[in-house]
Design a protein around this ligand. Sequence first.
Ligand SMILES: NC(=O)c1ccc[n+]([C@@H]2O[C@H](COP(=O)([O-])OP(=O)(O)OC[C@H]3O[C@@H](n4cnc5c(N)ncnc54)[C@H](OP(=O)(O)O)[C@@H]3O)[C@@H](O)[C@H]2O)c1
Length: 235
Amino acid sequence: MHIVIIGGNGGIGFAMLQHTLERFPEAQITATFRRRRPQWPHPRVNWQSLDASNEDEVRRLSDTTDSVDWLINCIGLLHSAQQGPEKNINALNAEFFQHNMMVNTLPMLLLAKYFTPLLKRSTAPKFAALSARVGSISDNRLGGWYSYRASKAALNMVVKTLSIEWQRTLKHGTLLVLHPGTTDTALSAPFQANVPPGKLFTPAYVAQQLTDIITNATPEQSGSFLAYDGQTIPW
Ligand SMILES: NC(=O)c1ccc[n+]([C@@H]2O[C@H](COP(=O)([O-])OP(=O)(O)OC[C@H]3O[C@@H](n4cnc5c(N)ncnc54)[C@H](OP(=O)(O)O)[C@@H]3O)[C@@H](O)[C@H]2O)c1
């Protein structure tokens, strides 16, 4: 089994790496990082540098990969050093909006383009993206966070659309969009104050939940938007 974890150095991505290593003792794992190579050597882990918004880099990674059984996209952006999510439309900044689309949406398209042929070689290919409940249009009750919401809604559309294409071209594949719940990582750190007790999850718990979902998902469920507890989230 070959698992590729995009963003294996992120809060949830690293927990997914640790959990899948333990759960699948035969699996080889390719884990990517963007800025700093993690000082975390492991005999079954192949660390690769990847800016997943860069088409040449995604193509190069696919060129050096033979086959993939699971491809899990764990990267994302909610805030940068310069800007946080918008409280209202006055806070909109075109560059920040584009940055959100580049990190939250574009990588899934690039991964789909270059890794679908490799996933085809697997007997039970799974391709999952970490999205967010706030990317749901029908669940949007609070407003705000324009760039993040829009880029995650677009990510959801990418996966849904690809799942329709896969019904023709990769029938045995399973595509999922997953909401991890509020998880204690750098991404959520500035926004944890109002999280109800018991609703701020550890990355280890989320990794276990998401791995269960990916393991049990079948091609009939391809194109679903699922939360960490297995509940379907409306688009
Ligand atoms: N944490 C939560 O509460 C929560 C809630 C809902 C949804 N999510 C979603 O879950 C996913 C994981 O979040 P997290 O909490 O683990 O965030 P995190 O700890 O901030 O990790 C983000 C990851 O994204 C990577 N990344 C950013 N831009 C990249 C690019 N262009 N190319 C490659 N990698 C890039 C980062 O790599 P570098 O550090 O090397 O830049 C890092 O590995 C995200 O999609 C997020 O939207 C999280």
